[in-house]
Design a binder for this molecule. Structure first.
Ligand SMILES: NC(=O)c1ccc[n+]([C@@H]2O[C@H](COP(=O)([O-])OP(=O)(O)OC[C@H]3O[C@@H](n4cnc5c(N)ncnc54)[C@H](OP(=O)(O)O)[C@@H]3O)[C@@H](O)[C@H]2O)c1
Length: 296
């Protein structure tokens, strides 16, 4: 057994991860090349490739769409992940499964980060499906299954809150941004680097929180993006989340704790503000950013 299999390889995080992996021992398969809900195809891929590590970056990520299509979202994020985990158990592969802050209610406003062991309590169809996937991994792979929760991703690939705000900033556009959602803006590169660590060396089974250190509101994040791009943060005006009318409730408090890294002798991911400063040139240079600029 050798090498990595990356699923959902067309996605934002998967592309960042694949770029860090050695090309000769990595197989990165897009949804067209490997549909995670196709049980036979998944079994065949594991049997043929015999990867030592599977990084599951495939996911239904349309949070609002999952409210209307909960069964379809659960198929990808829950049932298919459980089958993938069972397949990894049979072939001996380590599974790194990417999950989300949406497994928590986001209602805990005491200002304490959610511990890795905090009891999940998802309030959205997306969160329920992702929790089912987590449980499938932890049950099938108690010694070789790694759940990596992340949140508020942005990076060089694809659209994100950060790329949208950066496009608005560079157009000197005004924007209304919610003040009552707190989280950890997280650079996909930092998560990808952590996946690399978790896929190498001794197994570190269980739940890890791969989010940036520190926390902020979406409003303050948008203002910071304007500031870093040399634009006037006063163009960002505050609004409350309830006024936006999204189908799925956004967690108000999405701050994850990083106790597990310390137990393993590792520092948590870098602080969000420094990572954002370093990442912004890559965000604004990406082809997806060009389309965000046109759409803004
Ligand atoms: N983005 C965030 O802010 C965020 C926050 C918290 C957690 N996460 C988690 O991080 C992970 C990666 O997210 P991302 O932002 O990179 O998502 P993404 O850009 O939406 O990538 C997900 C990929 O999965 C593919 N996919 C969907 N259904 C599939 C299926 N049945 N079989 C195989 N592939 C399938 C998608 O293909 P199509 O494009 O063809 O549908 C897409 O390429 C996910 O597990 C997500 O839950 C993301």
């Amino acid at each position: 057994m050798t090498g990595w299999l990356v699923t959902g390889a067309g996605g934002r995080l998967a592309r960042e991860l694949t770029a860090l992996l050695p090309t000769d021992t990595t197989t990165a398969l897009t949804r067209e090349e490997l549909d995670l809900t196709d049980a036979r195809a998944v079994d065949d891929a594991l049997a043929e490739l015999r990867p030592s590590v599977v990084a599951n970056c495939a996911s239904w990520t349309d949070v609002d769409g999952a409210e209307e299509h909960e069964d379809a979202a659960l198929d990808v994020n829950g049932l298919a992940v459980s089958r993938l985990a069972a397949g990894c158990a049979r072939t001996g592969a380590r599974l790194l499964h990417v999950s989300t802050d949406y497994v928590f209610s986001g209602l805990d406003a005491e200002g304490l980060p959610y511990d890795e062991d905090a009891v999940p309590d998802p309030r959205t169809a997306y969160g329920r499906g992702k929790l089912a996937g987590e449980r499938g991994v932890l049950t099938a792979l108690p010694d070789n299954g790694v759940v990596v929760r992340t949140a508020w991703l942005y990076g060089a690939h694809g659209r994100s809150f950060v790329s949208t705000m950066a496009a608005r900033a560079l157009s000197d556009a005004t924007v209304k941004v919610v003040t009552d959602q707190y989280g950890q803006p997280t650079w996909t590169r930092d998560v990808a680097e952590r996946l690399l660590v978790l896929g190498s060396g001794p197994a570190r089974p269980g739940i890890h929180h791969a989010t940036a250190s520190g926390s902020t509101s979406r409003y303050e994040l948008a203002r910071e993006i304007y500031r870093l791009l040399g634009r006037d943060p006063a163009l960002v005006s505050p609004v409350r989340g309830a006024d936006l009318g999204c189908a799925a409730v956004r967690p108000a408090w999405s701050v994850l704790g990083h106790r597990r890294w310390a137990l393993e002798g590792m520092s948590p991911l870098p602080e969000w503000r420094g990572a954002l400063r370093e990442a912004l040139p890559a965000v604004t240079a990406s082809p997806a950013f060009g389309s965000a600029l046109c759409a803004s």
